[in-house]
Design a protein around this ligand. Structure first.
Ligand code: SIN
Ligand code: FE2
Length: 210
């Protein structure tokens, strides 16, 4: 930890900032808003370009949503499941993402996409880079809710050494700047339970995609 960091703000690598428990004070706004979004745009297991169903179930809110199908990964203005625009990004989500980005040193973050991933026991996310966005000067803001996860933050090649970081309910990680294109992933989720979310972990990832 850096000498000037507070205990709940830690720069774990250059431009990778962990804000422990940052979401807890606003979870009473964030969790109901999340439930509304999921009602309007249900979680579903998207198909990778290679033809496999993802182990995480996903949905989105905001002007753009992340989609995957046999044609590849991309952002789209409409939910392919409902044919309608993605639900608006709740004000509590946007405020949280902007405050966190600012705390991490990224001012004027204007997220237009929030990807929602639900991990049940055993679900994982292989190492990947977030590179479907237009502007890599904008950070990624990632919120962890529900049961814990072991997050992996790697380097700029898939085979680079990874740093393992346990993430708990309410933790938030921001990465950008020279770390924006680091490989990252999530190890298979272990059994557990959260009083509101049950036996799953939910990750919200805010991006400026368009
Ligand atoms: C992602 O990289 O899309 C998800 C990361 C996470 O679930 O923590
Ligand atoms: Fe990612």
């Amino acid at each position: 930890m850096d000498l000037f960091d507070t205990p709940d703000k830690e720069e774990i690598l250059k431009h990778v900032v962990l804000l422990r428990g940052f979401v807890v004070p606003v979870e009473n706004e964030v969790l109901p808003a999340l439930a509304t979004v999921i009602t309007l745009a249900p979680l579903r297991h998207m198909i990778t370009p290679g033809g496999f169903a993802m182990s995480v179930a996903t949905t989105s809110c905001g002007d753009l949503g992340w989609v995957s199908d046999k044609n590849g990964y991309r952002y789209a203005a409409c939910d392919p499941l409902t044919g309608k625009a993605w639900p608006a990004m709740p004000a509590s989500f946007k405020q949280l993402a902007k405050q966190a980005a600012s705390m991490a040193g990224f001012e004027n973050f204007e997220p237009d996409a929030c990807l929602i991933n639900r991990y049940e026991v055993g679900a994982r996310m292989g190492l990947h880079q977030d590179k479907d966005e237009r502007d890599f000067s904008q950070p990624i803001v990632s919120v962890s809710l529900g049961v814990p996860a072991m997050f992996q933050m790697g380097g700029f090649a898939r085979a680079d050494k990874v740093m393992k970081l346990p993430l708990y309910h309410g933790d938030l990680v921001v990465w950008g700047g020279e770390s924006r294109l680091r490989f990252h992933g999530v190890l298979p989720i272990k059994a557990g339970s959260h009083p509101v979310l049950g036996e799953c972990r939910i990750n919200l990832t805010f991006r400026k995609a368009g």
